[in-house]
Design a binder for this molecule. Structure first.
Ligand code: AMP
Length: 222
C-alpha cells in the first residue's frame, strides 16, 4: 500500500512526477486540478465558478475539493494506494483528510516536498510557450528550450502562444497563495514524521531518482 502526497510550489513538477510514479507502481494519479478542469469542461455553472477562481490564481473552497476528492477515492482502483497531486493545499484540507483516513483506517505513507527556488519556478512558468498547432512546449528563458525563431515552432512553423494562466501576475498570485496556504503543510507533515524533502531544481530525472530511492528502499523517517 502506498498513499503518496506532494507539497510543491507551482512548476516544481508534481504532475510529471505523479505520472511517472503512477506508471511504475501501478497506482492511480489523482490530480485535483484535473478533476476541476474536467468539471470546467462540462460547461456547468459550477465549472464557470471554478474557472473564475483558477484564472485569478485563487484556491477553490475546501468543501468543494473534499467532496470531489471523496467521490474519486471511492473508486476501486484506489485500493492499493494512490498519488494525490495538488491536494491538500491548505492545513484545513490536511486536517479534514486526516479525519477521512482515520475513519477508513487508512494512512498517508509518504509526503514529498518538492523544493524549488521561486526564481526557477518563475522562469519555468512565465517563460513557457506552447505551439498552437502541434502543442510542443518551449521556454524562451532557457537556452536549450528556446525556439530557433522567436514566436515560431521549430517543428511545424506554428505560432507559439502563452497559456492564459502563465502570466507574471497570475504566477505572483499563485506563489503568494502557496506561501500563505500551502507552505504551513511542511511543518504539519514534519511533525507527523511523513515528510521527505526533494531537490526539484535540477531535472525531472534527478527528482524522480530521489523519489524512487525512498519508495524502493523503504527509507522511512523513523
Ligand atoms: P494544479 O493543476 O494542481 O496546479 O491546480 C490548478 C488550480 O486548481 C489551482 O491553482 C487551484 O486554483 C485549483 N486547485 C487544485 N487543487 C486544489 C485544492 N486542493 N484546493 C483548492 N484549489 C485547488
Amino acid at each position: 500500500m502506498k498513499n503518496i502526497i506532494f507539497v510543491a510550489p507551482p512548476a516544481a513538477g508534481k504532475g510529471t512526477q505523479s505520472q511517472i510514479i503512477s506508471e511504475r507502481y501501478n497506482i492511480p494519479h489523482i490530480s485535483t486540478g484535473s478533476i476541476l478542469r474536467n468539471e470546467i469542461a462540462t460547461g456547468s455553472d459550477l465549472g464557470h465558478q471554478i474557472q473564475k477562481e483558477i484564472d485569478l490564481g485563487n484556491l477553490v473552497s475546501d468543501t468543494l475539493i473534499i467532496e470531489l476528492l471523496l467521490k474519486r477515492l471511492r473508486n476501486n482502483d484506489c485500493i492499493n494506494g494512490y498519488i494525490l497531486d495538488g491536494f491538500p493545499r491548505t492545513v484545513n484540507q490536511a486536517i479534514l483528510y486526516d479525519k477521512i483516513l482515520e475513519d477508513s483506517k487508512s494512512q498517508i505513507d509518504y509526503v514529498f516536498y518538492l523544493n524549488l527556488p521561486i526564481e526557477e519556478a518563475y522562469k519555468r512558468i512565465v517563460g513557457r510557450l506552447t505551439c498552437s498547432n502541434c502543442q510542443t512546449v518551449y521556454n524562451y528563458m532557457y537556452d536549450g528550450t528556446k525556439p530557433k525563431v522567436e514566436g515560431i515552432c521549430d517543428k511545424c512553423n506554428g505560432l507559439l502562444v502563452k497559456r492564459d494562466d502563465d502570466t507574471k501576475e497570475v504566477f505572483e498570485k499563485r506563489f503568494q497563495v502557496y506561501k500563505t496556504e500551502t507552505v504551513p503543510l511542511i511543518e504539519y507533515y514534519k511533525k507527523q514524521n511523513k515528510l521527505y524533502e526533494i531537490d526539484s531544481s535540477i531535472s525531472k530525472e534527478h527528482t524522480f531518482e530521489q523519489i524512487i530511492n525512498i519508495l524502493d528502499n523503504g527509507d522511512k523517517n523513523d
